[in-house]
Ligand binder design. Structure first.
Ligand code: ZN
Length: 510
């Protein structure tokens, strides 16, 4: 007997909730792996995560699920493309189409391999021993090539890198990305060179390298997080080696940071960044949890939220007009002689460097372009894993003018590849491009944001983002969502370049 469409749709929603809860359980284990797992538990955690990933995949691919979806897709529930039900069905169909192409053995093997590889990466990086990590990286890229081949079937993807990109940024292709990154690379280089030349030898950032007791940093970071709108009754801030944000579901969003006694900016801007992610997670509609309307739409859009708060808000005059007096109160002697102009110069230094997560907001994009080119070449079979360290050094020298002396501060600095996150890096720079478009539109719609920020009022901007981005979940494709949110801002790399140039001019006078 065939189900009626409404019952089929109800089944889909019940099922979706179960899937979301399984995903949430994996996220809790993943968070714990980064914040508190004993080293000897790595294999056990690998098995736990593999089991959950397998259960989840089993649920997604069970035959009844497909039948429910087909009944609902073929019913009046799918007639009006603007309706909630049609938006939900569209996203579920995309997910099912992708999942059905992947054999369960491959899904489980990837989960198991990447879990162990992450521990191996930690050890190999600590020992600066690339050959220890190499077999794991080879295995991961081999598995991701298999994944890409499965996903590519029945699509017109031109590059094996496309299906991997599409996982994080639906609709994005290598062909679209390459010219965008080239244009950005070309425009960014003279700007970076000019500002880096101005900053060289002035040691603007020295005021951020004084003694900042970590317990006070935590107080200041939490105050700023709450000040811009992060809800601590529905979230936590903990310590992990690599900062991240993980939204488990309504009422539970975890962010992490890493404190360094002699640097304020690492932890502080790390927190502002993760808070931006957290605000998005906390702004997703709770009553849509378990449906695509309760989920974030893409990594690029997610990153646009973090970059916007970290850079466009957190590095300008309004923000520090309000937070500098508070920082003086928290850090006493370390900040007693620090002026507004001094802090603004310090947080707008441009300097080519080796480590991505400590890069300034401009050269950051150059770090991303290196990773994009390498992983694209690895997936396309144009580069062997054994040649990654040398290729990395060459690209850093050519693009940033610096060469790492060890692989630990070269190709082993990021967790992403060990976690199987291939196609993920480009979304960071895409996020910068989206953020600039959104901020330009918000200024157009809301008026002078710097004055509001200088009074500690961040609610106007947050409300605007809630309305334009957060509340929609996966209702629209990422590019559509941004277009609807920022209809009068230019597309492409121009808003980012213009905004950076204008801010450096205001602050550095060049
Ligand atoms: Zn981020």
């Amino acid at each position: 007997m065939t189900l009626d469409p409404l019952s089929a749709f109800d089944n889909l929603k019940t099922h979706g909730r179960k899937l979301a809860l399984l995903g949430s359980c994996s996220a809790v284990l993943g968070w714990d792996e980064q914040t508190g797992l004993p080293p000897a538990a790595a294999n056990l955690r690998g098995d736990q995560l593999a089991l959950l990933a397998g259960l989840r995949h089993e649920q997604i691919t069970q035959p009844n699920y497909r039948e429910w979806l087909e009944i609902a897709l073929d019913s009046p529930l799918n007639r009006d493309p603007e309706s909630d039900s049609a938006a939900i069905l569209r996203a579920l169909k995309r997910d099912l189409d992708r999942a059905r192409k992947l054999p369960q053995t491959l899904v489980e093997e990837l989960a198991r391999t990447t879990s162990i590889a992450q521990s191996e990466w930690v050890a190999a990086r600590a020992e600066n021993h690339f050959n220890r990590f190499k077999p794991w990286l080879e295995k991961i890229f081999e598995l991701k090539r298999q994944e890409s081949a499965c996903l590519k079937e029945g699509t017109d993807a031109a590059s094996p890198y496309d299906p991997l990109l599409d996982e994080y940024e639906p609709g994005l292709t290598t062909q679209a990305l390459e010219p965008m990154f080239s244009a950005l690379k070309a425009e960014l280089k003279p700007l970076v060179d000019q500002v880096a030349e101005h900053c060289r030898g002035k040691e603007f950032e020295r005021i951020l390298k004084r003694s900042f007791p970590t317990d006070r940093q935590r107080v200041f970071c939490e105050a700023a997080a709450a000040g811009v709108g992060f809800d601590f009754s529905a979230g936590r801030l903990d310590i992990a080696a690599h900062p991240f944000c993980s939204g488990f579901g309504p009422g539970d969003c975890r962010i992490t940071t890493h404190y360094h006694e002699t640097s304020l900016s690492d932890a502080f801007y790390g927190v502002l960044h993760e808070v931006g992610h957290g605000l998005y997670e906390q702004g997703l509609p709770a009553d849509a949890f378990g449906t695509p309307l309760g989920e974030s739409v893409s990594l690029g859009v997610h990153e646009s939220q973090s970059r916007l708060w970290e850079n466009l808000v957190g590095r300008d005059r309004g923000f520090w007009t309000y937070w500098l007096p508070i920082a003086r109160g928290v850090f006493h002697e370390a900040f007693a002689d620090v002026s507004l102009d001094a802090i603004l110069s310090a947080v707008n230094v441009v300097e080519p460097s080796l480590i991505r997560i400590r890069a300034d907001e401009s050269t950051y994009n150059q770090h991303i372009i290196v990773r994009f080119e390498l992983e694209r070449d690895l997936i396309q079979g144009d580069l062997a894993v054994a040649d990654v360290p040398a290729a990395w050094r060459d690209k850093y020298q050519a693009l940033l003018g610096v060469t790492p002396s060890t692989d630990a501060e070269g190709c082993m600095q990021d967790i992403h590849w060990s976690a199987g996150l291939i196609g993920y890096f480009p979304t960071y720079t895409l996020g910068n491009l989206y953020a600039a478009r959104l901020f330009q539109q918000a200024e157009h719609d809301l008026g002078d944001l710097q004055t509001a920020f200088s009074r500690g009022d961040f609610a106007g901007l947050l409300g605007w983002l809630r309305d334009r981005i957060h509340r929609h979940g996966r209702r629209f494709a990422p590019a559509d969502l941004i277009r609807r949110a920022a209809p009068s801002a230019p597309t492409g790399h121009k808003p980012l370049i213009d905004m950076l140039r204008a801010r450096y001019q205001r602050i550095h006078g060049i």
